[in-house]
Design a protein around this ligand. Sequence first.
Ligand code: ADP
Ligand code: MG
Length: 225
Amino acid sequence: MNNKTWLVEARNVKKSFGKVEALGGITLNLEANNQYAVKGTSGSGKSTLLYLLGGLDRPSGGEIFISGKNLSLQTDDELAKFRNQFVGFVFQFHFLLQSMTCMNNILLPGRIRGGSIVEIQKDTHNLAQILGVTHCLEKYPYQLSGGEQQRINIIRALSLRPKLLLCDEPTGNLDSKNTELVTSLLKELASDYQSTLIVVTHDNDVSSKFKNQIVLKDGKLFEVL
Ligand code: ADP
Ligand code: MG
């Protein structure tokens, strides 16, 4: 094995919630600009792993390095900054703020980061056109269908061109046509944006689109395909 720096290095990562051991020691290395599906039955620890990799939560044991940086050594403020600048999240249920237009939802991470949002606005119009949601930008999330909201969510997750794009069951409440569309768009956009894509799914139709598949079972790495 050479000495290359992996984008993500997890070393014996454990996570317990009280007596429940959600992750029992996961070790894996993920490459920059690659794409991965994380599979496994419900309760196997997929979401827990994804949240730890994105710095949304801290492991109970082990270490996570992102671009060589040890997340355990970051303060909460540093972790928040890391998430804002480094990670885009897409969840099954769209965490769009209902009181804001979709455009303002998309611009929010950029406003939190500070600095100019002109580029983000430009990207947003461009992506909205590709994803067929231009007509949604000035609407409120509740005025959109599930598939439209998920596409807005994807634009927001990409707004700061994250190195790491983490998706938790992103197609979980879409019909099969939108599932296929959203999956292929995520893959295409991640590649265009040079984001490393990790998609958690229990849907074999989604995971089969990925060359790299990480299979979890009972909080352990079962196999890597
Ligand atoms: P998956 O995403 O594969 O369905 P999760 O990572 O959500 O699995 O959960 C793994 C295990 O950890 C499950 O037994 C789940 O009940 C438990 N778990 C996850 N999050 C919490 C939490 N916040 N509090 C208590 N138990 C949790
Ligand atoms: Mg889950």
